[in-house]
Design a protein around this ligand. Structure first.
Ligand SMILES: C[S@@+](CC[C@H](N)C(=O)[O-])C[C@H]1O[C@@H](n2cnc3c(N)ncnc32)[C@H](O)[C@@H]1O
Length: 329
């Protein structure tokens, strides 16, 4: 059984972690977009956390940092300015993103002092923690469906500001290998410096012709596109992971919960068994669960006491399941 340590406090400084002691950084930090009005998502993390991470990571260690389409350029610069090499950007694609565009035609009606037409009603359910509130608020509002009434509003009917989101970027970074070391020397010395390609190959579909001069029996190298839905037309070449839904009333109500299967993929790609993974923004602990299930050690930080409770419970359940499994074998 691998070990884990989790802290209900801010990650800044990472004082519990020694220099050059961690094999990988896998994290889903605040995106800085106030997602669903959550106070902790107002700003991107202060870049000092990336300097702290560089201190704790072993030379050559890889990291995967989730981000948002709108602010990934800032986060990438912060990571680079703090010493990381940007290796790639993976796209986690899905079909059920919600477009959140404003209805500009209704805004035009308002601006002109004309009341828009009411055409029906719908229920709007939203869970969030506003301004550091101690517990979750669940809003269940009835809202009106509306159509523009003014002549200009009708002309601009259907105009908006945003597209339907269909991917989240995951920035793949690396701490440079040790000075004057080749990649091989770095891997021999620290066990870091390479991706675990072998562990994440995408098997060929039944009947599919193998590609290349020397096809690998386990399948293709994993791509930088990950999908949540089964597509036709050759999309079976990409790693498939179903999206999880947040259920406000249920045990895990974290609004940006990541699927454990997605975290499995990243853990398998970035590390080997027995290595140690850090998530400074662990939320409800999905990275930690994937780490333990795949025989890696884990350290996580979370400031919010409710999310921390959820993470500790999920990690305890995972470790008990693993202990029972190990006792049986
Ligand atoms: C995007 S969420 C992570 C969700 C996680 N991937 C999951 O599956 O549950 C980011 C988390 O970082 C936490 N956070 C924000 N600032 C923090 C800090 N300085 N130290 C530790 N955690 C922090 C927030 O409370 C939030 O739960």
């Amino acid at each position: 059984m691998k070990s884990y340590s989790i802290f209900n406090k801010s990650c800044y400084g990472l004082p519990e972690l020694k220099k050059n002691s961690i094999d990988s950084l896998i994290t889903d930090p605040p995106y800085g977009i106030s997602f669903q009005n959550n106070h902790w998502d107002k700003n991107l993390p202060d870049k000092k956390i990336w300097k702290d991470a560089i201190r704790c990571l072993k030379p050559g260690a890889f990291g995967a940092v989730f981000s948002s389409v709108r602010l990934m350029h800032h986060l990438m610069l912060d990571l680079e300015n703090c010493g990381f090499i940007i290796r790639d950007v993976m796209f986690w694609s899905y079909l059920n993103g919600m477009p959140k565009s404003r209805d500009v035609a209704l805004d035009i009606d308002k601006e002109l002092g004309v009341e828009s037409k009411k055409t029906g009603e719908y229920k709007y359910v939203q869970g969030y923690k506003k301004d550091g509130a101690p517990s979750y608020t669940i809003n269940k509002n009835t809202k009106h469906k509306r159509e523009p009434s003014s002549t200009l509003g009708v002309h601009y009917k259907g105009s908006g500001l945003g597209l339907k989101p269909a991917y989240e970027p995951i920035i793949l970074v690396q701490k440079p290998v040790a000075k004057n070391y080749s990649v091989a020397q770095n891997v021999i010395h620290y066990g870091t410096g390479a991706l675990n390609i072998e562990n994440t190959r995408i098997p060929y579909e039944k009947g599919e012709g193998k590609v290349g001069h020397n096809p690998h029996p386990k399948g293709r190298v994993a791509s930088n596109l990950i999908r949540t839905d089964a597509f036709n037309d050759g999309y079976d070449k990409f790693f498939l992971v179903p999206k999880v839904r947040q259920h406000a009333e249920e045990f895990n109500n974290h609004p940006t919960l990541k699927p454990v299967e997605l975290m499995h993929h990243l853990v398998k790609l970035l590390t080997w068994e027995d290595q140690h993974i850090l998530d400074p923004f662990m939320g409800s602990g999905s990275t930690g669960i994937a780490a333990l299930e795949l025989k890696r050690n884990f350290t996580g930080y979370e400031t919010d006491k409710d999310y921390f409770k959820i993470a500790s419970r999920r990690l305890e359940e995972t470790s008990s399941k693993i202990k029972i499994r190990e006792q049986k074998t």
